[in-house]
Every structure is written in C-alpha cells, then in structure tokens.
Design a binder for this molecule. Sequence first.
Ligand SMILES: [Fe+2]
Length: 360
Amino acid sequence: MPSAGEPPHPFPRTVSPGECERIRADELRRYLAGSDRPLLLDVRPTAERTYARIEGDRAIPLAELPSRLEELPKDRRIVAYGHYGEEGASAAKLLCASGFPRSASLEGGIEEYARLVAPEVGRYAPPDAPDGLLLLQLPRLETGCLAYLLADVDEKVAVMLDPGAEPEPYLALLADRGWRLGAIVETHTHADHRAGHAALAARTGAPIYLSHRSPAQYPHRGLTEGEELRFGSHALRVLETPGHTRDHLSLRSAGRVFTGDTLLIGSCGRTDLADGDPELLWESLRTKLLALPDATEVLPAHFGARHALVDRYVSSIGLERRTNEALLLPTREGFLAYMREGWPPKPAEFDRIVGENLAG
Ligand SMILES: [Fe+2]
C-alpha cells in the first residue's frame, strides 16, 4: 500500500526470478531528487520523444542499444524506459546481461511516470491523431464503466463501444467534433448496468452490432470471429472471447485491444452473472488475448475501485501477463476455482438488468 502522501499506483507489481529490477514511478521521482541520481535511458524511437521526455535523459533507441553499449557507464544506476514499460524492460534485460548490473526499468514507462507523478513531462498521446484515428476513453464514475469512441478524423465517422445509458454527453461530443456515428457496439450483454445502445441508436440512427451469439431481441447486426467493422479508413477486428458471457466480443484496432469485461486490469470479469462460463473464459484468455503481442494496449470496459483513474486507464498484454492475478494462476483447475469462489455479492437486480438490456 502506498504511504500517506504518495500517489496510488494502479498496478500490482511482481518480478519474476532472474528478471531485472523494475522501479515504480514514485520511486524514480525519489531517486531523481536524491544524491545518487540514476542515468535515465529513453529507448523509444526518436520521433516519440517529441511527445514527452524527462529532462536530463539520454536517448538510445532500443534497436541501436546492442551496438552502443560503450556509451553507458557500468558503475551507475541506469533506468531504462519506453512508452508503457515493455521496451524499458527489454532494454534493462539486455543491460543486465551485458555487464551493467545496476540497470532497471521504469514500470509502466514514461506514460505512467507522467500520468502519476510528473505531469510536467507531458503525455505520450499525440494531440492531432497523426494516423487519422482518434480514441477517446469515456469513464462513467457512477458505474465504474469505460465507454470508448473511436473516430476517423479525416472522414469524420466514429464508432461507439459500450455506451452508457445517457446519450447526451456522446451526442454533444459528436456534434462538437462534427463526427457522424457509424456504428454502436456492445462487447457483451451487461449485467451490472443499463446499456446505452438503444437510446444512442434512436438519436443517431447508427446500427447496433453485437456478437452473433447474442440472444438480444432488438434489431442488430451480428459479428463473428475475424470480421472487420470498418469506419472510414480504419477498422475494428472481432475476437470472440466468450466466458464472462457467452456473447462476449473483444475488438482489435491498430496495436490495441478492447477487452470488455473478459480482461480487466489486474483481474478478469466474473462469470456468475447471466450465462457466463469459467471454462470458456480460460480458453478465451489463453488462446485469444494472451496470444497477442506484449506491447498491445489493453483497454477494458471497467475500472476497479482499487485503481487510480487519472486520464486514460490502460494497460498492456505484457503487463497483464506478468501481474494480473487471474492470468498468474498456472493451471486450469486453479483458474476455475478462482472464478467460482470469493467474488463479492452479485449486483442488485442483475437479472432484471440483463432482461432489460436484451429487450432494447
Ligand atoms: Fe460485464
């Protein structure tokens, strides 16, 4: 637990045997204020330094590091970092194996450092969507839900994922940006809150997309594994990830995956509401989501009370692979026991909420 005055850290931290040291954002802040100031090693591609950088750092892109080791001191602590943490961990591993024993990586990368303790560093997210794709994460504090709006900013068409029950904020956002809503997607039948697809579809005329497995009774279009939902020149690719519910979809887009409630930061969605199945969830996590590259951004549909919510709430497949309590269970049997025991009471009236969400 952080002590009084320290910022909360959203991710539990574990280090595998043989792995290089990883330090937290608040620890780096303290190191930089102390007498044994570490050498900061930014290993991102050079272009990414225009978004954010830490004063007094040194930049060697990860791809060049093996051939530039002689530029680094062997007797000084080195803290390597990239965007979210994976590149930094790779760099520290290389350094530790190359005679730089005091090397470490920055947990969560420069994004976590800027987000949690050093806003002056600047944020990674480019302000003008250079690839023409803009992603907005829209938290709802009253329900703990995260909705997403993705837009092709050139063609001014957007897709909404898991909208909340009140459409007005989304309509205002669309009007303000001049975007047309081309599609509404529900990742699954929600059991803990009233879904917003019906109200938003009624106001925008956008079609509703669900898993082809959904038992929903209102007009919708079914999505199947591998299918692409296009918006402008971009697309969401469907991964069927049943388990939390049987109709659960995850969606991939340009180096990120929207995981709904299948994979949450630090855990996964429960399977004892609606028609969930822990055995299906085990398969979905192992064969679909953990098959993605470690650098893939993870964008879930919920944030937890134990997590900080400061601007964008995001993780990565690699970080979850190392720290997520559900993914760290090594056996199928252990995972099934975890899913069947110890969960908090079911949300009030969850069966009524499911019924309403399936009706419209
Ligand atoms: Fe859910």
